[in-house]
Design a protein around this ligand. Structure first.
Ligand code: PMP
Length: 407
């Protein structure tokens, strides 16, 4: 593995060489979706150009090859996140579908009136709404751990909310809106001590840290491929075997059955039980290519570079009058949310876009969290290892120009 070199890394991502509105692209929206390296684009293109076939069906060469690529990707994913059993990896549309699958399992096999599902105030809507629906359907209650002014989970409150009624703790590993890295290891230990299983939403952690499930020992983990430099439409649910075996099928149809008879149907074991229909084969191949790309990186170097970018951007924006950074946790991934008094975040987004600076402006699918800070929206710059200090400078310059413009 060669030492991390940001300039060399940028050359792997073709889109970073493009211009928008006559300006070099400054892409600071990797939290929404990350850009793709050549190796991912080529793997998908190669699959469709030379290898396309349906899996698990035909006894022909291409089908066998596609099946082999699809199933070996399962091993690649398992190995990457420290899961020992590839059968515990379920390919889904994304983190959203992964959480919905678990919620469905809990509705069908666990939740009863009076039970409680524990989430935090900083969850993405994908980790709120499925649990609201689960609560409505079963008579269970949704409990919410508060978030402090600095944007951290209130650990004392968490401990007092854990009870024998709690049937699941479902929390975000790294906040997409604030960047906060939550102390999930300690939270998992406390939850387990109380007999409570834990789902971790790893959408924003897998791109920014080396996740090792064998250490974390959570019960479910979800992430989306497109935030990990892979394609859209593919994501992963990892779950402990005993849970996945207990859950009934989520979707049903072809490929997930053993035998179909009008007298009754039997299902395949996991993972097939949860992968009904033709899956996103190209997506899975692209995701495996993305993981191979990340594994070839000097990951420590890449993460140090991201931390340096975050620090530089935080310092540069701290100089701007009337600008407030939202989320001041000491442990943050390279995500920087801010507001400027008197300027709507959407206007910040539009103004920066004129200079080719792509940030997110909005509620980041975390409306309850922003409401907690008394805000309808923030502007959010999210950095990946392919960003550089020129990007930070262009962000800071555009924000300062905006400041002068709005007076
Ligand atoms: N959780 C978090 C923390 C996220 O950042 C996102 C994506 N913004 C999601 C869940 C949902 O991911 P997807 O839309 O890819 O299913």
């Amino acid at each position: 593995i060669a030492q991390f070199d940001p300039a060399q890394i940028r050359a792997d991502f073709p889109i970073l060489g493009t211009e928008v509105r006559g300006k070099p692209l400054t892409y600071l929206d990797s939290g929404a979706t990350a850009q793709k390296p050549f190796s991912v684009i080529e793997a998908i293109s190669r699959y469709y150009s030379a290898e396309n076939a349906n899996i698990h069906r035909g006894l022909h060469f291409l089908s066998e090859q596609a099946t082999e690529a699809y199933e070996s990707a399962r091993g690649t994913v398992a190995n990457f996140i420290g899961a020992s059993d590839p059968d515990e990896i379920i390919f889904a549309r994304g983190a959203t579908e992964g959480i919905n699958l678990v919620a469905h399992g809990f509705i069908e096999t666990v939740l009863k009136p009076g039970d409680e599902i524990l989430i935090s105030h900083m969850e993405h809507h994908a980790n709120i709404v499925p649990w609201q629906i689960a609560a409505e359907k079963t008579g269970a209650e949704l409990k919410v751990i508060p978030v402090t002014e600095a944007g951290e989970i209130d650990i004392d409150a968490f401990e007092s909310l854990l009870s024998e009624r709690t049937k699941l703790l479902s929390i975000v590993h790294v906040s997409n809106a604030l960047g906060t890295i939550n102390p999930v290891q300690a939270m998992i230990e406390k939850a387990h001590a109380a007999g409570v299983p834990v789902l971790l939403d790893g959408c924003q952690s897998v791109p920014h840290m080396q996740v090792d499930l064998s250490e974390l020992n959570c019960d479910f983990f979800v992430f989306s491929g497109h935030k990990l430099f892979g394609p859209t439409g593919i994501g992963v649910l990892w779950g402990k075997r005993e849970w996945l075996e207990k859950f009934p099928p989520y979707e049903s149809g072809g490929d997930m059955i053993e035998q179909v008879d009008f007298g009754g149907t039997t299902y395949k074991p996991i993972p097939a039980k949860f992968e009904a229909g033709t899956p996103h084969i190209a997506g899975v191949i692209g995701l495996a290519a993305a993981i191979e790309y990340v594994k070839r990186l000097d990951r420590d170097g890449a993460l140090r570079h991201e931390a340096a970018l975050l620090q530089a951007a935080t310092e540069a924006l701290s100089d701007v009058d009337n600008l407030r950074i939202i989320g001041k946790a000491p442990h943050k991934a390279s995500i920087l949310s801010f507001v400027i008094d008197g300027v709507h975040p959407h206007d910040i987004g539009t103004f920066l876009d004129a200079d080719g600076v792509a940030v997110r402006a909005g509620h980041h699918c975390t409306q309850p969290l922003l409401k907690r800070f008394g805000l309808p929206a923030t502007a959010r710059a999210s950095f990946a290892f392919y960003n550089n200090f020129d990007d930070v400078e262009r962000l800071a310059n555009a924000v300062k120009k905006l400041q002068r413009f709005f007076g």
